[in-house]
Design a protein around this ligand. Structure first.
Ligand SMILES: [Zn+2]
Length: 255
């Protein structure tokens, strides 16, 4: 799941060396995609047959979380261990690959944490409003089902939990590098573990559906300087909102 993108732009000629979908476990296609222009989100579905769901899918992400139905759900159980920070800039985002062994339990199913990455501004909206940024923790079950935990990031107090990653942000596209720092993904989460849940997709090509989305209701704060450090590298790496198409959204009401 950790393949990276290598995009080479040579003079006026764009050479499509490789591409990637950062939330994608295996890459059936290497068509180049981006967040603007001729390879931007409106065109993803036609860049490759493998990306068709980006335009034809009916359960695409992100969405605006509006009027979720209250539900008494079991909280996700997080079993995250500290690991060395393995970080890369894949041309679409900053990604941290997570060493094996950390996982969540969601409705009795184990999903292993594979990687986390960031979008700025947020991809999801809540009641019509975006956040400054959004963290996606991408998990996969033994059978291959994906479950993403999203965290809305807002401007506020300095957040030391992000610093092991923030100390190592790669400005340029770069291969995965193991740093001297250790990260505990648990330190990236809010204290309240209740979530909005819905069935969606990868927010990057190929737009694979059947992704279990769990967006934490409580946002997490980063300082303006922390947000700026990311935005200097990526700002605008957010897919536009997708139609809900009758999908249900639930909000966990129980602590
Ligand atoms: Zn993402």
């Amino acid at each position: 799941m950790n393949q990276r993108c290598v995009h080479a732009v040579l003079s006026a000629v764009i050479v499509l060396v490789a591409g990637c979908a950062h939330e994608q476990p295996s890459a059936p296609s290497h068509a180049h995609w981006s967040y603007q222009g001729a390879t931007g989100p409106e065109h993803w579905g036609s860049l490759s047959p493998d990306y068709a769901l980006c335009s034809t899918g009916k359960q695409q992400s992100p969405i605006d979380v509006v009027s979720p139905a209250p539900a008494d759900l079991a909280n996700i159980a997080f079993h995250y261990d500290p690991v060395p920070v393995e970080i890369l800039n894949n041309g679409h985002t900053i990604q941290v690959n997570y060493a094996a062994g950390s996982y969540i339990e969601l409705d009795g199913q184990r999903y292993d944490l594979a990687q986390f990455h960031f979008h700025s501004p947020s991809e999801h909206h809540v009641a019509g409003k975006p956040a400054a940024a959004e963290l996606h923790l991408v998990h996969k079950s033994a059978s291959g089902q994906l479950a993403v935990v999203g965290v809305m990031l807002q401007e506020g107090p300095f957040n030391p939990g992000f610093e092991p990653v923030w100390r190592n942000l790669p400005v340029q596209e770069s291969p995965a590098t193991i740093t001297a720092d250790t990260i505990d993904a648990d330190a990236l989460l809010p204290s309240d573990r209740r979530t909005y849940r819905y069935e969606g997709s990868l927010t990057t090509p190929p737009g694979t559906e059947g992704v279990r989305w769990n967006l934490l209701v409580q946002p997490v704060s980063l300082s303006k300087a922390q947000l700026d450090a990311f935005r200097r590298i990526y700002h605008g790496n957010n897919r536009p909102l997708q139609p809900l198409n009758g999908r249900s959204i639930v909000r966990d009401t129980s602590p």
